[in-house]
Each structure stands twice: as structure tokens, then as C-alpha cells.
Design a protein around this ligand. Structure first.
Ligand code: FAS
Ligand code: PHB
Length: 396
């Protein structure tokens, strides 16, 4: 016999999108229940994004989860790009886009979100079986079912939201003749490490004939570095020594001479893809975050898109539930997708500009370097990359 629960909004997935949405709804007096496949500890152990657009920073502050971010995060107004063996320039987001971004790990945001949920006493089911299903999503009483520790559960709600990431079930609850999928995969991955070493002052992306590299950070004694690697590589093939040798070889001497190496405390390989599922609403089912879209991390957009989806969706749900006005809920999918496609395109463009593709020839390398030279010496070119890297404003 299933245990039947009732709430206003049922949310599948308690990653950044699901847990931020649930918290914002709670603050507006709206009940929700989160359903998460993994343990809370597993979600908190994930090492992922590190760059917060200013819109994300302001939203987290507005909802009371920016205090530790402001204390421990690092505000940046410029980002570097190196290329051609000895070229290095910084695009000035402050000057060109009147904006900035914050270095603060997604892992830390997740901790801050879960701490806020604990303080708020919200309801979440972790460790559920991989059998979560959506029902009656086109009716006024959709539901989510799942099993946990041998007990069947049904959550009846007014609205159901898939914040269940790329591999979650939500988008598959939309009929195949309604759902449109757009996908591009890339013929390489990113090998990332964390090391307890002092990072560089700025983030620096490298276009090198040996492949892409990125120097990033988490705090004054925690660095995050990436090198492009073949898609079929495994972490075991990359000793720390091999990683550092390759990373330093992909930056100019002026940069590599500043990099402090050390033992890795985390090492992982992530594939790269561009993916969009449309629409992001079907009846009373909504998609938000990676459940609806994936970007290559080159543009640092994945987490920030999840946050902007939550901004749009929470605004719509609060307006509908508390004011009986459906305006923002009715335009959620179109509005969110405008920002999604802008970020998907920017991430695709920057990935193509900075990575070495398997079939690439010398002219391709020179064409990339010519575009980077243009950006380096053009105020308009720097303004374009700056405003897109900073993140376009949320639509009002
Ligand atoms: P998440 O995938 O974070 O959360 C979805 C949640 O749903 C998970 O907790 C999952 O366990 C749960 N779930 C899935 N299926 C379920 C089911 N059937 N039942 C119940 N729960 C289910 N972005 C950047 O900006 N920069 C980066 O450097 C970067 N690096 C990344 C590295 C990796 C390996 C990955 C996978 C992603 C990376 N991203 C990066 C993107 C990442 O940060 C996402 O954009 C962000 O986590 C999106 O948050 P959510 O939409 O909440 O999805
Ligand atoms: C990170 O710090 O993990 C990071 C920064 C910038 C990116 C991707 C990842 O584009």
C-alpha cells in the first residue's frame, strides 16, 4: 500500500536547481517536497561548477544564502586567455559589461542550500529507488511515485518539477511527439583536478596546439585546473606528474611559472555536450536546470542556467499560487529557453575557439589564433565576450 503525501509542488532532484527552487517557494509560503535518488552526503560530495554570474550571486543573497559566499568567495572583474605559445590577454568584464563574477564552488552552494533547508524544516526524501515516475501531468492533480526502503510513496501536487539532471526521468514524461531534443557531443573531455595549492589571481583559459587548459580556483588554498583529454581516457592514465606536465606545457611561461603544483585531492573526467529539451513545460510538469539543458563547461554556464531557470519558474509559481495570476508561469518555457539558447550558443562558440579538435589542421589552429588576436585588440570584441561571459540579465 503506497503512502500518499500531498503538497503544492513536488520536485524531483535535490541538486542546486531543486534545492534552490524548494527554498524560494518555502520563503513565499508555498509547500514543496523534494525527492532525491542519491544520499544527501553524495550530493554534497560532488565537485562541479566554480563560477557564479552576478545574477546568481544576487539571487543567492536575496534568498539568504549568500553570507558564506560573500565571506569566502572571490570576486573577479577580468578573465585571461592565453594562446599562440606566448600571448596572454585579459578581457575586462567590469569595464566592458559593468559586471563581475564570483569564484565559489557549487559544492559550497549545495552545503549552504542544505543548511538553509535544515533551518527551514522543509521536506525531502533522499536515497529513493531509481523508479521515480510522473503521473497525470496534464491534469490539475499530477503526482510523483517512488519507492524508498521498500515502501511505495505517491506525492499528489498542484505542480510537478523535474530538477533531475540530464539522466533524470522528467523530460521523458513529455510525449515523444511533443518533446524536441537538440544535441551536439564533442570529441574530447575535461580532466579536472583539485589541489590544496594557492591558485592564480585570475581564471585563465588556454588555447594551445596541445589542447585546451584552464586555471581556476575555489579559495586561497584550493586550486581547480583542467586539461582537455581524449574522450576515452581514464583517470588512471593520468598521474599527477603527467597532469601537471601537460597543464604547464599548455600555458605560456609567464603563466606556468606562477602555477604552484601539488598532489591532487580530486581527479575526474567529464564529457562535453550541448543539449536542449523543448518545451520546458508540459501541462503542470516543468523542467529546470540540467533536466532541460546541458552546456560544455567552457562558458561556465551550467550552474548559472539552472539558477536562472529557478528564478523564472519560482516567480511564475509564486505569482500563480499566491496571486492566481498565470502570466509568468505561462511564459516560463519561452522566457527560460531564450536565455538557455543564448548560453548554449556562447558555450559552443567558446568551446570551438579554445579546444583542439581531432581532425583539426594547422590552418584551423591559425584561424582560432586569428580570432583570439581580434578579440585581444578589439574593444568591441572584448565587450562581446565580456557581456556573454558575465551572463545576460534576467528578463523582467
Ligand atoms: P544536477 O545534475 O546537479 O542535480 C540533479 C539531481 O537530480 C541530482 O542530485 C541527481 O541525483 C537527482 N536525480 C537524477 N535522477 C533522479 C531520479 N530518477 N530520481 C530522483 N533524483 C534524481 N557547470 C559549470 O558551470 N561549470 C563546471 O565546471 C561544471 N562542471 C561539471 C562537471 C560534471 C561532472 C557535471 C556532471 C556537471 C558540471 N557542471 C558544471 C554542470 C553542473 O554544475 C550543472 O549545471 C548543475 O549541477 C545543474 O544543477 P541541477 O540542474 O540541479 O542538476
Ligand atoms: C571551475 O572553476 O570549475 C570552472 C571555471 C570556469 C569554467 C569551468 C569550470 O568555464
Amino acid at each position: 500500500m503506497a503512502e500518499t503525501l500531498s503538497t503544492q509542488v513536488a520536485i524531483v532532484g535535490a541538486g542546486p536547481a531543486g534545492s534552490l527552487l524548494s527554498l524560494i517557494l518555502h520563503q513565499a509560503g508555498i509547500d514543496s517536497i523534494m525527492v532525491e535518488r542519491q544520499s544527501r552526503e553524495h550530493v554534497l560530495s560532488r565537485i562541479r561548477a566554480g563560477v557564479l554570474e552576478w545574477g546568481t550571486v544576487e539571487l543567492l543573497r536575496r534568498h539568504g544564502i549568500g553570507e558564506r559566499m560573500d565571506r569566502e568567495g572571490h570576486v573577479h572583474t577580468e578573465t585571461g586567455i592565453s594562446y599562440g605559445g606566448d600571448q596572454l590577454f585579459y578581457f575586462d568584464i567590469g569595464a566592458h559589461a559593468n559586471s563581475a563574477f564570483m569564484s565559489y564552488g557549487q559544492t559550497e552552494i549545495q552545503k549552504d542550500l542544505y543548511d538553509a533547508h535544515d533551518a527551514a524544516g522543509t521536506v525531502a526524501y533522499y536515497d529513493v529507488d531509481d523508479d521515480v515516475a510522473f503521473h497525470d501531468v496534464t491534469t490539475s492533480r499530477p503526482s510523483v511515485t517512488f519507492t524508498r526502503h521498500g515502501q511505495d510513496h505517491r506525492i499528489e501536487a498542484d505542480y510537478v518539477v523535474g530538477c533531475d539532471g540530464f539522466h533524470g526521468p522528467a523530460k521523458n514524461a513529455i510525449p515523444s511527439d511533443v518533446l524536441r531534443r537538440y544535441e551536439k557531443t564533442y570529441p574530447f573531455g575535461w580532466l579536472g583536478i583539485l589541489s590544496e595549492t594557492p591558485p592564480l589571481e585570475h581564471l585563465i583559459y588556454a588555447n594551445s596546439s596541445r589542447g585546451f587548459a584552464l586555471a581556476s580556483q575555489r579559495n586561497p588554498m584550493l586550486s581547480r585546473y583542467y586539461v582537455q583529454c581524449p574522450l576515452d581516457d581514464t583517470v588512471d592514465q593520468w598521474s599527477d606528474e603527467r597532469f601537471w606536465d601537460e597543464l604547464l606545457a599548455r600555458f605560456p611561461d609567464s603563466v606556468s611559472s606562477q602555477i604552484v603544483t601539488g598532489p591532487s585531492i580530486e581527479k575526474s573526467i567529464a564529457p562535453l555536450r550541448s543539449f536542449v529539451a523543448e518545451p520546458m513545460r508540459y501541462g503542470n510538469l516543468f523542467l529546470a536546470g540540467d533536466a532541460a539543458h546541458i552546456v560544455p563547461p567552457t562558458g561556465a554556464k551550467g550552474l548559472n542556467l539552472a539558477v536562472s531557470d529557478v528564478f523564472y519558474l519560482s516567480r511564475g509559481l509564486i505569482q500563480q499560487i499566491n496571486e492566481r495570476d498565470s502570466h509568468y508561469l505561462d511564459c516560463y518555457s519561452e522566457m527560460a529557453l531564450r536565455r538557455v539558447w543564448a548560453a548554449v550558443r556562447f558555450s559552443w562558440w567558446l568551446t570551438g575557439l579554445l579546444h583542439r579538435f581531432p581532425e583539426q589542421t594547422e590552418i584551423d589552429q591559425r584561424l582560432q589564433e586569428a580570432e583570439l588576436t581580434y578579440i585581444q585588440h578589439s574593444a568591441k570584441g572584448q565587450a562581446a565576450i565580456s557581456e556573454q561571459y558575465a551572463g545576460m540579465p534576467f528578463e523582467r
